[in-house]
Every structure is written in structure tokens, then in C-alpha cells.
Design a protein around this ligand. Structure first.
Ligand code: DX5
Ligand code: ZN
Length: 218
């Protein structure tokens, strides 16, 4: 496993050719397949849900990294695990009982992630970070692909890396939104070990080469 892990988001794939696009990811250097679930409640957009996730899983040869941008995510954890999720990430802002929700994910045998919106201080994770496998720092406001990267993210990555170190956590920092060849090396050197990329990969002339380039951050 070489860092940074690259997690292309199928939100930017061609939904009428999902099998083709998933097979492209299978032969690429992508590490995970990022699945964006939006409910039109937590975020102002609706993407897709369980049947599409299960259909992707049927063809995917890489772990599904499921990002739940939904209210009350605890109601759907078991169903997404069943649909093939290897990593289940919930939003801090959607979970009044976050500690319990994290334990539910672990009890399902999945890796547990928590996502933070751009305005949410990293420090809110202090008391759960030791239990996490993944911290997802949003570098755009969730809801849409193709948005502009928020520059404050670098500082937030450094804060998360310091918190992980202080609490002896094994959590991987993942960045989501507006990732491209320009900011990927800077994010990696700030401490991000996983990078989500949607439009940058799928709008590229050569997505396989683009994924390969994203892994080369030195
Ligand atoms: C945004 C999603 C992202 C999105 C990223 O709410 O969580 O995963 O697909 O898309 P790009 O890389 O185009 O910003
Ligand atoms: Zn996402």
C-alpha cells in the first residue's frame, strides 16, 4: 500500500455506464472507490442510494469508501454494509450520538470514518479520534462535485494530524472536494494520506493516467 491512497468518486462517473467506469477503476492504481450518498436533506442534492451501491459492488475489485451525507445515518449503516461498504463515514454534523454511531459501524465489521464540514473545528473529534479509522476533512461544502478547493484545508489537515498524534490514533486523514494535481502534493505533505477526486479524474482525457499521476506526490 503506497500513500497517498487515491479514492476516485463515482459521483463524477457516467451513471449510464457505471460498469464500464468501475472496470476502469479496477485496472487503475485507485486504492478505494468513493461512493457519495446524498439525501436532499443533510445536503441540498440527491445522488443515489443502496441499489446503485450494491450494483457498483458487484463489479468493484477495490474497497468501497462510502461517504454518507444523510441525516440519521445510523438508520442505514447495516444496509450500506450489506451493500458492500468497507469504510462507512458519517458526518459529525448529522450525529448527536456520534460515539454510539462509531461503535455501530465497528460492530458491523466496517472501518469507521467521521467527516467534518469546512466550518466544523477539528478539535470536536478529540474524544473519539482514538476509535476512528478515518477522518474525512471536507475541502468543499458537501453536496456537489466540481467545486473550488477551500485553501484553509491545509491548516485543518495539520490540526488533524497533530490531534491523531497526540491521542495515539491510527486514523487516516482523507480529503474530499476540489482535489487536483496542484493541491495533492501539498495535502499529502500536510498529513493527508487519502485523497478523493471526482471531476479531476472523470473529466480527464485519460483517467487511468490521471489517477497514476495523483499518486506521485514527491
Ligand atoms: C462532495 C462529495 C465529493 C465529490 C468530490 O459533496 O463528497 O466526494 O464527489 O468531487 P470533486 O472532486 O469534483 O470536487
Ligand atoms: Zn465524498
Amino acid at each position: 500500500m503506497t500513500f497517498p491512497l487515491i479514492a476516485p468518486s463515482v459521483l463524477a462517473a457516467d451513471f449510464a455506464n457505471l460498469q464500464r467506469d468501475v472496470e476502469m477503476l479496477n485496472v487503475s492504481e485507485a486504492d478505494w472507490i468513493h461512493i457519495d450518498i446524498m439525501d436532499g436533506m443533510f445536503v441540498p442534492n440527491i445522488s443515489f442510494g443502496l441499489p446503485v451501491t450494491a450494483a457498483i459492488n458487484k463489479h468493484a475489485k477495490k474497497p468501497l469508501d462510502v461517504h454518507l451525507m444523510i441525516v440519521q445515518p445510523e438508520r442505514y449503516l447495516a444496509a450500506f454494509r450489506e451493500a458492500g461498504a468497507e469504510i462507512l463515514t458519517v458526518h459529525y454534523e448529522a450525529c448527536p450520538h456520534l460515539h454510539r454511531t462509531i461503535q455501530q459501524i465497528k460492530d458491523l465489521g466496517a472501518q469507521a470514518g467521521v467527516a467534518l464540514n469546512p466550518h466544523t473545528p477539528v478539535s470536536v473529534l478529540e474524544d473519539v479520534i482514538a476509535d476512528l479509522d478515518l477522518v474525512l476533512i471536507m475541502s468543499v461544502n458537501p453536496g456537489f462535485g466540481g467545486q473550488k478547493f477551500i485553501e484553509r484545508t491545509y491548516e485543518r489537515v495539520r490540526q488533524a494530524a497533530a490531534l491523531i498524534e497526540k491521542e495515539g490514533s491510527k486514523a487516516v486523514i482523507e480529503i474530499d472536494g476540489g482535489v487536483n494535481q496542484g493541491n495533492a502534493p501539498l495535502l499529502y505533505h500536510a498529513g493527508a494520506k487519502a485523497l478523493v477526486a471526482g471531476s479531476f479524474v472523470f473529466n480527464a482525457q485519460d483517467p487511468i493516467q490521471t489517477i497514476s499521476n495523483l499518486k506521485k506526490v514527491w
